[in-house]
Design a protein around this ligand. Structure first.
Ligand code: FBP
Length: 266
């Protein structure tokens, strides 16, 4: 019998637009400028932009997620690694599910590097996370990154599909993965994910049109949304790009229609 996992807490009409701000850890402060280095700047985008969740590490949740932001569901990342070059990434869990729940998490997140020589340790950790989170009814979002010495091309469709399957079989309720531009192949990726929702990652900040085009294609193929960071909070018009993403994800708008959001006031 399916368990009572409250995935709806981070969905609108079955879809999701998540704002991620864990790049300060994953990539380092080079991703930020004077404005967006302030977590409140990013949290305000999540709140006013009505995102389905803000994905942050526990320390940021402790210091910044309070009553003021209670209308943005909190997604606490449970593991992380820094951006030091390594062939075989291993992102170990540093925050417990219990603590994430105490912080007010509606969902927890875990980054899985399948294809790293440390993948078995990560499988065990993620398995435990799923068990603990589901005991609370808290959904688990898996950041799926096939990466490591066993992976030749992390953007090959078969590789992405394998990652989606692994995450679903380990218990992910939502899988966040990269969209490689192969729309037909992506339909297979979605089938591999089964009943786990699939959201695509935003990637490095790019121009509005190609970014929205990528999002539109993925949604059209059947994706459930996006977990975006740099394309939102590095944008000089974060609310316009937020509304444009919303148009594509929730309102069935074309890229051309969504781009009209840039003609409006911020
Ligand atoms: P972006 O939209 O900025 O790419 O953020 C999404 C995200 O999943 C972050 O949560 C994470 O820090 C980052 O991508 C990791 O991406 P990568 O390791 O591929 O640079």
């Amino acid at each position: 019998m399916a368990r009572n996992i409250k995935l709806d807490s981070i969905l609108t009409k079955g879809r999701s637009m998540i704002l991620a701000c864990d790049q300060g850890f994953e990539h380092g402060p080079r991703d930020f400028n004077d404005k967006n280095i302030d977590p409140e700047y990013v949290m305000d985008i999540a709140l006013e932009g009505k995102y389905n969740a803000i994905a942050i590490q526990a320390g940021m949740a402790e210091k910044y997620y309070g009553l003021h932001y209670k209308d943005v569901p909190l997604l606490v990342k449970l593991n992380a690694k820094v951006a030091l070059p390594t062939r075989d990434p291993w992102s170990r869990q540093h925050t417990s599910v219990d603590y994430a729940v105490k912080l007010g998490a509606s969902a927890v997140g875990y980054t899985l590097y399948h294809g790293s020589k440390f993948e078995n340790e990560q499988f065990v950790e993620l398995g435990r996370v799923v068990e603990q989170a589901h005991n609370y009814g808290v959904p688990v979002v898996v950041w799926n990154y096939p990466r490591g010495s066993l992976i030749e091309n992390e953007l090959a469709t078969d590789t992405i599909a394998y990652g989606a399957r692994v995450a679903m079989e380990l218990g992910a309720d939502m899988v966040k993965l990269k969209y490689n531009g192969d729309k037909e192949g992506f339909k297979w990726v979605l089938k591999c994910a089964g009943r786990a929702k699939v959201v695509i990652s935003g990637g490095a900040h790019t121009d509005n049109e190609p970014f929205l085009h990528k999002l539109h294609e993925a949604i059209d193929a059947g994706a459930s949304g996006v977990a975006v960071g740099r394309n939102a909070w590095q944008h000089d018009k974060p609310f316009a790009i937020t509304r444009a993403m919303r148009d594509v994800i929730f309102n069935g708008k074309s890229v051309e229609e969504a781009l009209q959001q840039f003609g409006r006031k911020q």
